[in-house]
Design a protein around this ligand. Sequence first.
Ligand code: ROI
Length: 181
Amino acid sequence: MSDHIQVFIGLGSNLNKPVEQLKEAVATLSAADGLKGIKLSSFYSGKPMGPQDQPDYVNAVFQMETSLAPSPLLSLLQKIENGQGRIRARRWGERTLDLDILLYGEQSVNLPELTIPHIGLSKRNFVLYPLQEISPDLVIPQLGTLAELVAQCSLAELRRIEITSSRSLSENRDRSEGKPF
Ligand code: ROI
């Protein structure tokens, strides 16, 4: 891919079989024009940040390379969210699929529709711990080292999920036509 920028995409779901939602999103992202999968974190389950009367979330972070500029990448992510029947019941409430651009190379982006690094990144264990798993030496623009941020953020009840089914891996490989995910 020419002009590739390293991006980290945050994935989250707490409705309609969250693990399946994330697997499907990973397959779709991997097969998308202008994106290439590099490394996927484990899946993590955790208590909601926000109202507690909603199901637990499943989260992951996907390191990718992209030839897309930030805004077209955001549009693509929104299209994928909508394609998976995005439900967003209320502010800070339950959702079928959230795809967030956490980091875009070493760039800071401040557009009306998009802020990178993602707002709240430094406070969210469900972002910081998966990031640390796949890229422990990261330095985050404006915020410092990932190691420092993780040290200040409680793991709380975040847990790695063991995914036992091998179905998704072969399925994803087939659907992404030879791409690594
Ligand atoms: N809480 C958790 N644990 N994981 C999420 O992905 C998540 N996403 C959200 C809010 C509602 C802030 N809470 C979350 O958008």
